[in-house]
Ligand binder design. Structure first.
Ligand SMILES: [Mg+2]
Length: 91
């Protein structure tokens, strides 16, 4: 993904539909991924359909990261990775 192009898209999306719509869309896409994973477990859909739903969620995660600030999200990720490494007893 080209970061500059994505930033433009996220900015335009935000301007067109607003903050609340982005939160609602993220919730909806997460729910669709959850449903797709359940259906995959039951053999009702293909992995490709899960990939499509995963792509929707990833896009919304990027949108929210753009909105909330990449630095803040990266710091939170670093803290979680540090805790996970401790849990796994990794150097
Ligand atoms: Mg979807």
């Amino acid at each position: 993904m080209d970061k500059r192009i994505c930033s433009e898209i996220f900015k335009t999306t935000l301007k067109k539909w607003g903050v609340e719509a982005q939160y609602d869309q993220t919730i909806e896409e997460c729910a669709e991924l959850i449903t797709a994973l359940k259906h995959l477990k039951r053999g009702r859909i293909t992995e490709e359909e899960v990939v499509e739903e995963l792509a929707d969620v990833i896009l919304m995660v990027h949108q929210l990261t753009f909105m909330l600030g990449e630095d803040r999200v990266c710091k939170a990720i670093d803290k979680k990775i540090y805790k996970l490494k401790q849990l796994l007893k990794m150097p």
